[in-house]
Ligand binder design. Sequence first.
Ligand SMILES: *Cc1c(COP(=O)(O)O)cnc(C)c1O
Length: 411
Amino acid sequence: MITRAELAAWDAQDSLASFRDRFHLPDGVIYLDGNSLGPLPKAAVDRLQTVVNTEWGEDLIRSWNKNDWIGQPQRLGDKIGRLIGAAPGQVVAADSTSINLYKLLAAALPMRRDRKVIVSQRDNFPTDLYMVQGLMVQLGQGHTLRYADPNDIAASLDSDVAVLMLTHVNYRDAQMYDMAAVTKAAHDCGALVIWDLAHSAGAVPVSLDAAGADFAVGCGYKFLNGGPGAPAFLYVAERHHAEVRPVLAGWMGHAAPFDFSSDYAPAPGIKRMLCGTPPVLSMSALEVAVDLLLEADIAATRTKSQRLTQLFFDLVDQECSTFGFVSTGPSDLDRRGSQVSLTHPEGYPIMQALIDRNVIGDFRAPDILRFGLTPLYLRYVDLWDAIAVLKEVMATGAWDAPAYKVRAAVT
Ligand SMILES: *Cc1c(COP(=O)(O)O)cnc(C)c1O
């Protein structure tokens, strides 16, 4: 029997506890949606004020040099690289995850010209699949998209496969692939691998270089806490830099943008994957957020994330076992990312009732209640309190109100 007092004692001994105060968290809110939109780091407010008032307001265009705005995509990319096991010079912050996927797919396919199959997972995040579908039409070279069995990726790999594109941590059930093993299986049959780290970066330890990954993308506004619409990032392993030919051959990726030559020549290294002018305000917020994550010990973060995961499921068993919730995803904590999901036929109105009571998670069709577990600002007692609200909403039938059944545009 777990008690709230016991969890308060866990919090008192938590080596990460002091990070909570570095975030702005609204009074009374238990925020379990940091996997979808991270909260505001307090330092981002100060940083944005400086960028707006001083760098934009006073320094104006001189800031591109004086405040190194021009170096931001690579500087920030290298910092993100430290969170995902990438040595410097292989990551840039740029564009959105969707666009970066398109850029990497379009760069990878010509590297395997004689192969016409792209392998992914039907249950992948839809935009990833849409990007493949759109590019296949655009290329008109007879490519096909093949869906692998998520529990046996290797079975879908053969000598026709050009690219394997997978999301490392599934957005619905948090299942996580063994990146090194899957990458090796793809390489053994001559395919290249694109990893989507949208639910991994800032959430679980990632070792792109050590896993031998070819390409990766990821999101700035989820576990990296970079703010709504924050720039995404992309990774290209150094061994591929000379060969990748950017499809969006923009001037920011040119070898000498300020020569204003009418002929494109790619910059050496990762810089060629840049396209247009970086969004300086958004990048500045993301940089502060990444700096904050880099202060935390990743091993301690992972340990706490796994403890929160186990605690969440244990509390659901203890307090809510009669309400028909089904836990999803692997029971082996080492095969999970940092979010938890429950399925329930009335998932949508139940989640609206929770949000109305300041317990914020989200809903994913058709029946998933999803909760992000973020060790830097969540306390163990927060999970106790959240599950107590869930119990109350179910026991009283409060979820069964007409207002909670009206679907909003964003769920
Ligand atoms: C969140 C997410 C995206 C989002 O892409 P955007 O271009 O930022 O809208 C893409 N892929 C996965 C796997 C995601 O989880």
